[in-house]
Design a protein around this ligand. Structure first.
Ligand code: ADE
Length: 251
């Protein structure tokens, strides 16, 4: 997977992407990250990339031409028109399925905006996917781009070790992960749930499944609708809900 990031802050991308698992995957040749400095494509005396919006209003806009030329440098290099992801709070909210879809590409281009946005005309011409990482406003697209690249990278073969990818993870099967414990057996007077020390694998699996269901029902009930849940488990969830309501007087 080759990531190409069009940005005014290439150092932020380089710094953010060279540690831990992603850094290891780049060193191992499973991923590459090219930060393309949009300012290098501002062919005017002061390397200016922004200007006032027509019609007035607050702030400055990134101009179309430097963004377009930066994009074109990538298209020329790879020899085809890639998917171009523009990070914006106006995009579709990012989720695991989107990460899976992006991971199938050979190249992915990320366009990071700053100031009050980017001239609409260049967006119309190059952007294929408008993506938000959540309903809040950040100062630029670099952090969102790194969030998306991190999630996509985990799906690229070779990036995670066998052990890392073998781990059950939140959202596998559409449920949140069960709680986990390591040594010591007792900490701050809290004991590890005895079933986990029993060595009885079927019981451990059943306990983990139940914890996943309970946790999802409590913390992210919206996920239950699309998760794989049996009728028997739905009955259990309804039972818990009655109990929680009785305990707290709330839904
Ligand atoms: N740029 C600014 N805020 C953003 C967000 N929440 N998601 C994606 N891009 C952004």
């Amino acid at each position: 997977m080759n990531f190409h990031v069009l940005t005014l802050f290439p150092e932020m991308i380089r710094q953010g992407m060279n540690t831990s698992i992603i850094g290891r995957a780049i060193a191992g040749g499973y991923l590459s990250v090219q930060a393309v400095n949009i300012r290098d494509y501002a062919f005017n005396k002061h390397q200016k990339v922004d200007d006032y919006p027509y019609g007035g209003g607050a702030g400055m806009l990134m101009q179309a031409e430097p963004v377009y030329l930066a994009y074109e440098s990538v298209e020329k290099k790879i020899g085809y028109k890639p998917r171009v992801v523009y990070l914006t709070p106006q995009g579709k909210v990012f989720h695991q399925e989107m990460a899976r879809s992006f991971a199938k590409e050979q190249d992915l281009v990320f366009l990071c905006g700053h100031y009050e946005g980017i001239d609409e005309r260049v967006l119309e011409e190059i952007v294929t996917d408008y993506v938000s990482i959540g309903d809040y406003v950040l100062t630029g697209g670099e952090l969102p781009a790194m969030v998306v690249m991190d999630a996509v990278s985990r799906m690229v073969p070779g990036v995670l070790s066998n052990q890392e990818s073998g781990e059950t993870e939140s959202f596998a099967g559409g449920l949140l992960e069960y709680p986990q414990y390591s040594r010591p057996e007792e900490w701050h007077e809290k004991k590890v749930p005895p079933v986990l020390l029993s060595g009885h694998h079927a019981n451990i699996e059943a306990w983990r499944r139940e914890q996943s269901l309970m946790r999802t029902a409590r913390r992210r009930p919206d996920l239950l609708k699309t998760a794989d849940i049996t009728n028997k488990e739905w009955n259990q969830i309804r039972q818990w809900r009655k109990e929680w309501k009785a305990e707290t007087g709330k839904e």
